[in-house]
Design a protein around this ligand. Sequence first.
Ligand SMILES: [Zn+2]
Length: 91
Amino acid sequence: MPQRYPRGVYLTDAQQAALIAHINRTWPDSSCDRCRHNDWMAVGYVSMTVTPSPSTVVGGGPSLPTAALVCKFCGNTRLINLKIAGVVTGA
Ligand SMILES: [Zn+2]
């Protein structure tokens, strides 16, 4: 199957390794919850803007440092907070 994205788009090798280590340490079952395959691709970053209310749109506001894990078999996509995962530090 052709790879749709280069492995680790926008994540360095060290960040990708830290994210995979976090998943292996914290997920009791790392297989995909949709298809049960266990072949994930780490793709970062996904910008999740934080707003003060559900109907507010803020340009340039704070965002959560997030990366996407994409199941390479079915495309199921999970978002992982990179601060909690210890992949990024600071603000
Ligand atoms: Zn899947």
